[in-house]
Design a protein. Structure first.
Length: 416
């Protein structure tokens, strides 16, 4: 994106770019409709044959083995089509689940859960969000629970808005678990790998959202006296909140990458319309109002690329700092991407709000991103809190207060 990729990742980016334009875009369903499974499976096989499948995953599990810091350029190419990430098997929630399983799962769990997911044979879901007053943008509000039983855990949970749950093979489920002193388990959250056909698991009513590209919808899911064994625990009991950060930091950023690809497509639509539509005796691109909108979108693209690249590099080098910056990236990019697509609609006029062009469907796909993976308002709260804490520590360490004035209203730090 903003910097040159080393080989072989640049070659993979170029293959991905060509594959999306030559193979995927011609197979896109009508705007606002969901890709058929049969079409997706056929396209996934072609992606494997082209050597562009699962760029983020280790080769031993069917992927291309790209390090996280080099994901942005490739994921953005995939996102140029709304179905591109699903075809390349780097779409949410599967991509985030793969990343976490690769880092945390046991060898046996990787064989049972990661391998078929990485190969595209199954889909998965992530069970965090709950009905109010349970967990949503605040994971600490988690109410779903599991109690210790002989050799395992009994789960009782009601989850909602579980993306991809319809037709998923399994769920990575977040539940609250009690301390078990005899076994050294602290009180906290625990992640459990639960097969969706396991006794006690029930997919409930669908939630019909405006986005359509995530296969499996966003339904309610119930876990009713569902008993799983100790081998279902992902990582260690009581450590689920820490593991969630392993998943959520990169997952927020890969959303930015994918949707930025779609925003670039919307900008290309707008540029083509501005070049070919005449108003008042001039090409639209020659009018100041259109130039301003096109320029503002170019600025939003460039700044989004820069913060995505910086966050990806930091996540690879310093995951804690990268996770913090991913919140900044999520807020900036979700707002910027929405603006880019909205401007493209405006430049295209009446056609922009019809299905003659795909822009209106793009707007529907990206609008929820300001809510998904933590609402932008929640991230802004956390960003402001971190900034305030940082500045307090600086002042406590001896930095002068820059807002200080004397009783006469004069500053106390400037030159006299």
């Amino acid at each position: 994106m903003t910097g040159a990729l080393p080989e072989p990742y640049e070659a993979l980016r170029l293959r991905t770019r060509a594959f999306i334009r030559d193979v995927v875009i011609p197979a896109e369903p009508k705007p606002g409709t969901t890709l058929r499974d049969s079409t997706r499976f056929a396209l996934m096989q072609r992606a494997k044959d082209a050597g562009v499948f699962a760029p983020h995953l280790a080769p031993e599990y069917g992927g291309q083995g790209v390090p996280l810091e080099h994901w942005p350029a490739i994921f953005t190419e995939a996102g140029y089509s709304p179905i591109g990430p699903a075809v390349l098997n780097c779409m949410a929630p599967d991509e985030g689940n793969m990343h976490m399983l690769e880092l945390i799962a046991t060898d046996a769990q990787k064989e049972r859960y990661l391998r078929p997911l990485g190969e595209g044979a199954v889909r998965s879901c992530f069970g965090m969000t709950e009905p109010h007053p349970g967990a949503g943008s605040d994971p600490r509000a988690l109410r779903s629970s599991a109690e210790r039983v002989a050799g395992g855990w009994r789960i009782n949970a009601h989850k909602r808005f579980i993306s991809g749950a319809e037709g998923a093979a399994y769920c990575i489920l977040m539940v609250r678990t009690p301390a078990v002193p005899d076994e050294g388990f602290p009180e906290g959250a625990t992640m459990l790998l639960v097969d969706m056909d396991h006794p006690g698991v029930r997919v409930g009513n669908p939630i019909n959202a405006i986005d359509t590209v995530i296969a499996g919808g966003h339904p309610h899911v119930y876990f009713e006296d569902c008993v799983v064994g100790d081998d279902a625990v992902l990582g260690a009991p009581g450590e689920g909140f820490a593991y969630a950060q392993v998943r959520l930091g990169p997952a927020r950023l890969t959303h930015c990458m994918r949707w930025l690809g779609l925003a670039k497509r919307a900008q290309d639509v707008a540029l083509d319309r501005a070049a070919n539509r005449e108003l008042f005796g001039s090409p639209l691109r020659g009018l100041g109002v259109a130039q301003d909108m096109l320029a503002q979108s170019e600025i939003d693209i460039a700044t989004s690329e820069a913060i995505i690249d910086r966050t990806a590099e930091l996540l690879d080098r310093d995951p804690d700092a990268g996770a913090a910056l991913s919140g900044v990236a999520k807020v900036h990019c979700s707002d910027a991407i929405g603006r880019i697509i909205d401007r493209a609609i405006q430049i295209c006029g009446g056609d922009g709000v019809t299905d003659a062009l795909p822009l209106a469907s793009y707007a529907n796909e990206v609008r929820p991103f300001r809510i998904y993976d933590g609402s932008n308002e929640t991230h802004k709260w956390a960003i402001a809190k971190r900034a305030s804490s940082r500045r307090r520590r600086e002042v406590e360490a001896g930095a002068p207060r820059l807002d200080a004035v004397d009783e006469h209203g004069a500053d106390t730090w400037g030159a006299r």
